[in-house]
Design a protein around this ligand. Structure first.
Ligand code: FES
Ligand SMILES: [Fe+2]
Length: 442
């Protein structure tokens, strides 16, 4: 194990030291470690629960099952969204068993206890049969914190965790230019997987795997180390900026003809790709200029508030511990893994895609093909290995999950050996160590 404290490819303002803790296999395979996360990690972070578009009317409910926990987010009469644990205060039955509901009141299926959508018990069978009189009006569903950012609804189990906007820092500020408040979730996919949730977290915390796992990205995303900027923030989150509309500098595409699909992208912005043969790296700048010139007229009104980088590059925002937001000017991907209720060697992977509303645009080309540009045009849950795609890049990432999980179970695995560019993986595990040992940073 050798991880240096400072790496030049990290931006000077957002580099953080690491200690060099050994990343052992137990965190991926042991039930004890999983129990520590259940107790000390998951209650201490905000969880993305849904999108605002799911809560049109009072009484609209979205259920979020997370590990053994289940949370209900409920739209109130006043428009606010409140979150309650999905457990009946009578004897603990789960109240809502579907993914979503739209109800005037929440009714338990066991003994018919009935709650207003603000969580207050309003009706019970035999109300006079309780010591102290009817529990109605006195008993409430257990509530947890709920807040919104952009198009998203979040919940948190702990009252001492920083408020959502502080906890998300610096992303609300950094992502402001994209104007995501109005973006539409078109795609909502999930898949049960045979590996620990951190396998994919680690994957999203590094770009070292790109040449091997995603070779076809090389012609339009520059994963060359000198061109990539990594940042780590005091909140525990981190990010990676990769130049888009530019081929990798790992391979000599820069003195050749403009490779596909960049040539088509150039044409789409009224640029003749042949003019860039032999200097393909310059195309990125030309596309910035073309997007500025032509974008607003084509309905991309949000281009005006974006920086040049945001117009063409990929901004991978990896939030501690389990949420990734991958930004491009025309697509926001939510990628995350959540733990299985009982098995440390399983998880659920989720992939949502959001798109800006563009006047006149009826469809979008997403990671599983063309879809209508409307809320939840495709919602699908599957089991990994059944051949159902969760997006071609995500499929590639998941393809190593099971074999890595198997390898981590070997007596021969002694802990990770990381190059400097995987420092974000190192920091993730050190933060995780602090949380599970109950010494999380203030
Ligand atoms: S457990 Fe809910 S009414 Fe009895
Ligand atoms: Fe990947």
């Amino acid at each position: 194990m050798n991880v240096q404290a400072s790496v030049s490819r990290y931006s000077q303002d957002f580099d953080l030291p690491v200690r060099g803790d050994t990343i052992t296999a137990d965190r991926y395979i042991s039930k004890d470690w999983m129990d520590l996360e259940t107790r000390n990690l998951w209650p201490k972070v905000w969880h993305l629960g849904g999108v605002l578009a799911e809560f049109e009317d009072a009484g609209d409910i979205v259920r979020h099952n997370f590990g053994k926990e289940s949370v209900l987010m409920v739209r109130q009469e006043d428009g606010a969204i409140r979150a309650f644990y999905n457990t009946c205060p009578h004897r603990g039955n789960r109240l809502i068993v579907g993914e979503a509901a739209s109800v005037p009141r929440i009714v338990c299926g066991y003994h018919n206890w009935t709650f207003d959508i603000d969580g207050t018990l309003v009706k019970v069978q035999d109300p006079d049969d309780f010591a102290g009189g009817s529990p109605c009006g006195k008993v409430h569903l257990a509530e947890l914190r709920c807040d919104t950012w952009g198009p998203f609804v979040f919940w948190c189990m702990d009252d001492d965790v920083a408020p959502l906007h502080e906890w998300l820092a610096p992303f609300p500020e950094r992502l402001k230019g994209y104007g995501i408040d109005t973006w539409v979730r078109v795609l909502k996919l999930s898949v049960d997987c045979d590996f620990n949730w951190k396998i994919i977290r680690d994957n999203f915390n590094e770009s070292y795997h790109l040449p091997t796992i995603h070779p076809e990205l090389a012609t339009f995303i520059n994963d060359g180390l000198p061109d990539t900027v990594f940042e780590m923030y005091p909140t525990g989150h981190n990010s990676m900026w990769m130049k888009g509309h530019q081929a990798t500098t790992r391979v000599d595409y820069h003195t050749t003809e403009v490779p596909a699909p960049l040539d088509d992208v150039a044409r789409a912005w009224d640029i003749d790709p042949e003019a860039y043969n032999g200097r393909t790296g310059d195309l990125r700048q030309a596309i910035i200029a073309a997007k500025r010139r032509l974008g607003p007229g084509r309905g991309f009104t949000n281009y005006e508030s974006m920086t040049d980088q945001q117009l063409v590059d990929y901004f991978h925002c990896t939030l501690f511990p389990n949420l990734t937001l991958t930004m491009s000017p025309e697509q926001l991907q939510v990628l995350r893994t959540e733990p299985h209720p009982t098995d440390p060697e399983k998880c659920v992977f989720q992939h949502w895609c959001l798109y800006p509303p563009v006047e006149g645009m009826k469809t979008v080309m997403g990671p599983v093909g063309e879809l209508p540009l409307r809320h939840d045009a495709l919602v699908r849950h599957s089991t990994y290995g059944d051949g159902v795609s969760v997006g071609f890049v995500a499929d590639q990432d998941l393809s190593i999950g099971t074999t890595q999980q198997q390898g981590l179970n070997s007596r021969g695995f002694k802990g990770c050996i990381l190059p400097n560019q995987e420092k974000r993986v190192q920091r993730f595990h050190e933060l995780l160590n602090d949380y599970v040992k109950g010494t999380e940073p203030a």
